[in-house]
Design a protein. Structure first.
Length: 526
């Protein structure tokens, strides 16, 4: 993190594009520098003498109840709530999702943000709302006399119809579009990459309406996710029964997502696995200027086509290095797994080489040919030290992207796997796919409200001043974001018309958090 002098120089050079931006208060900046120096001295490397006692030697520990001082463990929640107000999220939900005839005492935004904030602060289920509801300091931090309890929150999800869930997503996406236009540079808005995938959300409940049995024998639901790879934001989350195929209904949602990002980005590219190679849509997407890159199933006709190609058309595939080479390489540890496979005589499939080529291919539902990129993997089937036989497997990718080379198409399609990380964060980081309520639509509504916590995280990252900070926050797993940014203890003081959060802890992200918060205060959205 930059020190105060470097930060002031940064402002003087006018690198910060937000008009009316605030700087961190001089007092707070001084405290931040002091705390950083103290922790740096404390953790500095030193030549230790042999210690006689364990490092953790606290003994005389006592607990007492504080009388007047009240604090919360999630000191960042005020910044996120202020951001929701400044960008128009609160007003938009109340206007576009009118589910309540009378507000006694809550508005629609109170219910939606209550679930989103519960997830954002580490809550794993609806019952965790009761912990926040009993926390007087948390209520004061949000300026609320009370918040909905778990039962009331669950009842609210049952008010949703499919059109209401869609309206909620469109409300968030309307703000999302403005965030892209304001916070992404012109060069960053040249191309939008849309990833589409489905995932199983299992449930052990026996009375969940709309659930189904998947082909893997798992009871639950089968959500569809469309996300923007540029910022890892979930654009549309659609709940479906567990027995439905991945691609069912996806074409309409893909077109909706294309229209959304097309308002901000110059070009849109859709990316997905073999289940989403909707050949009937290829011509329409191409005519509309939409690029695509999908995997194709290794159907017998394609395998025969690849096997019949002349050996001279194949070129070796050179993959990108997985990470930058370190300045000093450490000795690679012994491969214990490979040793056990050899000793036990397990069957092992070893990759020996990769080759790529491409041909023109016209699917039966298309009126024009497209690029068919073929990846050939030469394999060695082994058992222990013995080589049983060689094998060849083919992988196929179809695309209308002419500017990419053949290896770049393979790498581009493989990069789609990063969406699996986003799916894992939604499922296991935020627990947005727990399916805690009674039927398909209400669980869909809960998914959208809980995943709003990830959207708030992305918006917070986009408001960061430096590109390296923004990139780190966008890539950050939710648990690390929760511990490093959200869960900073803060004392809550109500003075006059102000609610003051006095930060009691310190992390490496505290300065960045304060900088982003001051810029949230400066936001003039509409």
């Amino acid at each position: 993190m930059p020190d105060s002098s470097g930060y002031n120089v940064f402002l003087k050079k006018r690198h910060w594009p937000l008009k009316g931006a605030f700087r961190v208060k001089q007092k707070d900046s001084r405290i931040l520098r002091k705390r950083k120096r103290k922790i740096k001295r404390r953790l500095a490397r030193r030549a230790w003498r042999e210690q006689r006692q364990p490092m953790m030697g606290a003994r005389n520990i006592q607990y007492e109840m504080a009388d007047r001082i009240r604090a919360i463990d999630c000191g960042a929640i005020g910044a996120f709530h202020l951001m929701a107000q400044r960008v128009g999220l609160v007003a938009g939900i109340n206007q576009d999702v009118p589910l309540l005839k009378r507000h006694l005492p809550y508005f629609e935004s109170d219910y939606v943000l209550n679930i989103a904030y519960n997830t954002l602060t580490g809550g794993r289920c609806l019952d965790d709302l009761e912990v926040r509801r009993q926390d007087e300091a948390y209520l004061d931090a949000l300026g609320a006399q009370r918040i909905p309890d778990p039962t009331t929150a669950g009842d609210f999800t049952r008010r949703f119809g499919p059109e209401d869930v869609t309206a909620l997503m469109e409300t968030v996406n309307g703000i999302r579009s403005q965030m892209w236009r304001r916070r992404l540079k012109r060069s960053e808005r040249e191309e939008a990459i849309l990833d589409v995938d489905g995932t199983m959300a299992p449930t052990t409940g026996e009375c969940k309406g709309g659930m189904g049995l998947s082909y893997k024998g798992v009871w639950g639901y089968h959500p569809l996710l469309l996300s923007l790879a540029n910022t890892s934001e979930p654009l549309y989350v659609v709940n479906r029964p567990g027995n439905r195929p991945s691609h069912e209904g996806s074409a309409a949602w893909i077109d909706r997502a294309v229209a959304l990002v097309g308002e901000t980005f110059d070009r849109v590219v859709v990316r997905g696995d073999t289940d989403f190679a909707l050949t009937g849509q290829f011509d329409a997407w191409t005519a509309g200027g939409v690029g695509f890159a999908f995997g194709l199933d290794a159907m017998p006709n394609l395998v025969a086509l690849a096997a019949g190609l002349d050996s001279g058309v194949w070129r070796p595939l050179k993959r990108r290095p997985k990470r930058d080479e370190p300045s000093s390489r450490r000795r690679r540890p012994a491969n214990v797994k490979a040793r056990i496979v050899r000793e036990k005589g397990y069957k092992n499939i070893r990759l020996t080489s990769e080759w790529v080529t491409e041909v023109a291919y016209q699917p039966t539902k298309c009126r024009q040919p497209y690029r068919l990129v073929i990846l050939r993997k030469d394999l060695s089937i082994e058992r222990g030290e013995e080589v049983l036989f060689p094998d060849i497997r083919y992988f196929f990718y179809i695309t209308n992207l002419d500017e990419m080379t053949t290896p770049e198409v393979v790498s581009f399609c493989n990069d789609r796997c990063n969406q699996e990380n986003l799916i894992d964060q939604l499922k296991n980081g935020l627990n947005a796919m727990r399916m805690p309520v009674g039927d398909l639509v209400s669980n869909w509504a809960y998914m959208v409200m809980a995943s709003l916590a990830w959207t708030l995280k992305a918006w917070f990252a986009l408001l960061a001043r430096r590109r390296n900070q923004r990139s780190a926050l966008l890539r950050m797993e939710f648990r690390r974001f929760l511990i490093g940014v959200v869960r900073v203890p803060a004392q809550i003081v109500q003075t006059g018309r102000r609610i003051v959060y006095k930060i009691l802890g310190y992390t490496e992200w505290t300065r960045t958090f304060l900088q982003v918060f001051e810029d949230i205060r400066a936001l003039r959205w509409r």
